[in-house]
Design a binder for this molecule. Structure first.
Ligand code: PEP
Ligand code: MN
Length: 355
């Protein structure tokens, strides 16, 4: 892709590029107070959702077009650039009419090719030149994300960036949206010149996770961060648990360690991050295997079957060891690992049996 820099005049090329502001524009006062506080801390790009895609109806669905004049006011008074989310042709027409500088496509929109195409067509219609930021679709589908990026690119937009905001999952124990770092890493490998931003607010879903997720993004060489900031986070009308005030944001940003990407150890850092990621995946897969194993234990118990079935075990061992060899993994090493896993499976099944 032949892309142009998303850095608007006056924006530093030092990492990280930061886009900060409330989840939603709520009132003129909240928009202006937050903007003034952010501008005082040196932030240069302001975000605020005008139209909010809410999971269920009945909540605050955004202030709508009337909030656009507040963003105009932010621009005029603080000199910050302003950004908002668009999901329909009409949003784009209105945002362009009010001079919004940066548009982003949300995760619930980038998932839908019809919607993205409507946006692409509206960009052509209005002559908006970007930057356009494309959030990952809610589901972990890299091709869909790339498809959305291509639709915007095909509309002639050259100032494009991707925003990683994590992926929906049923299990929300740690993160609101699972980071699945390998997906944005693969995006970066596929389109190396596409700037990549992280949205730690929507990944974590809680303010406590913003600092560490931001650091992780910096260590993975992301170009920037989109972070939700609100003058009074606990009173926010949407996403209050994940918003921080401008003071805390500034504190977090100043603590970030930005490693020099030109140093020779850079690739080592990235490789180690990959190892961490892979180990996390290995753990999750092992845990899943143990769960299945326990279910098998339960089945055997109910059907009065013995836990150890040696024929099945020999078959597993042979097949896996041969498979491993085919993938360049030492057979003896694979056998050791499988034996350890099998031993633990048996132990867990016996535990189920005795419950
Ligand atoms: C947002 O940025 O406020 C938002 C709705 O994000 P996402 O599309 O990532 O859920
Ligand atoms: Mn939000």
């Amino acid at each position: 892709m032949e892309l142009e820099s998303i850095l608007l005049p006056g924006i530093s090329d030092q990492r990280p590029l930061i886009i900060a502001g409330p989840c939603s524009a709520e009132t003129e006062e909240q928009v202006m107070t937050t903007a003034r506080e952010l501008a005082n801390k040196g932030f240069k790009i302001y975000r605020a959702g005008i139209w909010k895609p809410r999971t269920k109806p009945g909540g605050f669905e955004g202030i709508g077009t009337s909030g656009l004049s507040w963003l105009q006011q932010v621009k005029k008074e603080t000199g910050m650039y302003v950004a908002t989310e668009v999901a329909t042709k009409n949003h784009i027409i209105k945002a362009v009419e009010y001079g919004i500088d940066i548009l982003w496509i949300g995760a619930r929109t980038s998932v839908n090719p019809f919607a993205v195409q409507e946006i692409a067509d509206a960009l052509i219609l209005t002559g908006f030149e970007g930057p356009v930021l494309i959030k990952n679709p809610v589901n972990p589908d890299l091709e869909l994300w790339i498809g959305a990026i291509e639709r915007i690119y095909n509309a002639g937009i050259r100032k494009i960036a991707a925003v990683h905001r994590g992926f929906s999952s049923y299990d929300k124990k740690m993160y609101r949206n699972l980071p699945q770092w390998h997906i944005p890493i693969e995006l970066k490998r596929r389109i190396p010149n596409l700037p990549l931003l992280s949205d730690p607010s929507h990944i974590g879903g809680k303010r406590e996770l913003i600092a560490s997720l931001s650091q992780q993004a910096m260590d993975l060489n992301y170009d920037g961060l989109m972070i939700e900031a609100h003058c009074d986070p606990d009173k926010a009308w949407s996403d209050k648990d994940q918003q921080i005030n401008p003071d805390i944001l500034s504190y977090i940003v100043n603590l970030l360690v930005i490693r020099d990407t030109k140093q020779t150890t850079e690739s080592l850092t990235e490789l180690r991050q990959q190892i961490d990621q892979i180990d996390d995946e290995l753990l999750a897969i092992l845990a899943k295997r143990m769960r299945v194993s326990r279910e098998i234990g339960q089945y055997k118990k109910e059907h009065n079957m013995p836990v150890l079935q040696t024929v099945r075990y020999d078959e597993i061992l042979d097949r896996r060891v041969n498979g491993a060899k085919g993938m360049g993994i030492d057979g003896a090493f694979m056998k050791t690992i499988l034996e350890a896993i099998h031993e633990e499976s048996i132990r867990q099944q016996i535990e189920v049996l005795n419950q």
